[in-house]
Design a protein. Structure first.
Length: 385
């Protein structure tokens, strides 16, 4: 059995970025850039008006003739002495003008404009290159693309973007006692793990393929695992412990998956399995819902982040003040459900790890590492769910 720290190092060492793909800019939100992208021209590309108003020289007299109207997208003529141009927001400033006066600060009458206030040179003018210059780095390699950065690239005429591939994920749930739908028969329960894993991954921006429920039989498991191994990542929920019907590890081995580690010194989720088959990655999660949630959040999602090109794959801990005691005397790390609010975290009463009601109320995992007690008022590390 290994520690959490060793498990994370083994995952980080074993998982590689996926090959890059070139994709339409409209389809890459949330993807990670596989290259540095620089500006093709200044932004703005010319001096522009920031308001609807009148473009003029700051040294102009207080009464001016309107010589032209400049709409956004039209080319302005040079400004003649003693005149101004009526200008719209975003329009090109005419040569000879250095200031814009907003409409509400003027009186327009008979083709003339009368100014109400003292002018300040440069007011309401967005200068060429004010946002960034030609050749300036806009997106770094390894940076996640968001709506704002994609809008910025689109404004530079970029239509195709080179990004790291997004991993495909297959989810398989195992257990003779599980059913997906229909009427429950005696001894059966509805599955919840598929929804837990797929919801966590969808929320994190990953698309998943659900492989359904496998019976605890070698034939059923073999067929579904072989299908799941077509994906970049296969997640198997259940069947990885030491019971007579825990067949997953053996089936994975017979399917060519090499074990990297099995069993981590933690609660919940001690029988965590991690393996590789070439570039394929396999996680085996214990079947109880708490272990499934913790395993997916703490290990699977970070691995997927690295595969899609993100450098900071692991969740960053936050410090929070305990609002209640935690009794802890075990020799392993425990992830304790808590409610984080403000700068404090309230540990939820200890329950069996399969109970979902406690999980549904939590928005944080308290990371309890040392033996002994955590007293009310102490600072602890947490991960926000």
């Amino acid at each position: 059995m290994i520690t959490i720290e060793v498990a994370k190092k083994k995952i980080e060492k074993s998982v590689d970025e996926l090959p890059f793909v070139v994709t339409n800019i409209e389809d890459v939100c949330g993807h990670v850039s596989a290259e540095e992208i620089c500006a093709r021209f200044d932004s703005p590309p010319f001096d522009r008006s920031a308001m609807d108003g009148f473009a003029l020289k700051a040294s102009s007299p207080r009464a001016l003739k309107i010589s032209q109207v400049i709409n956004a997208g039209t080319v302005a003529r040079p400004l003649k002495n003693g005149t101004c141009a009526k200008i719209m927001t975003g329009a090109m400033m005419p040569e000879g003008a250095d200031t814009v006066v907003p409409l509400e600060e003027t009186i327009e009458k008979g083709g003339q404009v009368y100014l109400n206030k003292t002018l300040r040179k440069g007011s309401f003018v967005r200068r060429r290159g004010r946002e960034f210059k030609n050749g300036e780095v806009l997106v770094k390699k390894g940076e996640a693309l968001n709506p704002a950065s994609l809008g910025m690239l689109s404004g530079q005429g970029v239509k195709m973007v080179r990004t790291f591939g997004m991993p495909s994920v297959g989810i398989l749930v195992t257990g003779d006692e599980l059913v997906e739908n229909g009427r429950l028969r005696k001894g059966k329960i509805f599955d919840s793990n598929m929804v837990i894993v797929s919801s966590l991954l969808n929320e994190a921006g990953f698309k998943v393929a659900t492989l359904g429920i496998s019976k605890d039989s070698a034939r059923s498991l073999k067929l579904k695992i072989e299908k799941g191994l077509r994906e970049d990542v296969l997640i198997v929920c259940g069947g990885v412990s030491v019971g007579e019907r825990d067949l997953v590890k053996g089936i994975l081995k017979s399917s060519g998956v090499k074990e990297v580690f099995w069993r981590v010194r933690q609660k919940p989720g001690k029988p965590l399995f991690f393996g590789k088959k070439g570039r394929r990655t396999v996680f085996g999660l214990p079947g109880n819902p708490a272990a499934v949630l913790v395993g997916t959040f703490e290990y699977v999602i970070p691995a997927l982040k690295k595969m899609m090109g993100l450098k900071d794959m692991w969740h960053k801990p936050l410090q929070a003040r305990l609002s209640g005691d935690i009794k802890w005397k075990r020799d392993r790390v425990e992830f304790i459900c808590g409610i984080y609010k403000g700068n404090g975290v309230t540990p939820l009463p200890e329950n069996e790890s399969s109970m979902l009601k406690k999980l549904s109320a939590a928005n944080a995992l308290i990371i309890a590492k040392r033996s002994g007690y955590y007293r009310k008022g102490e600072m602890v590390n947490i991960h926000l769910l």
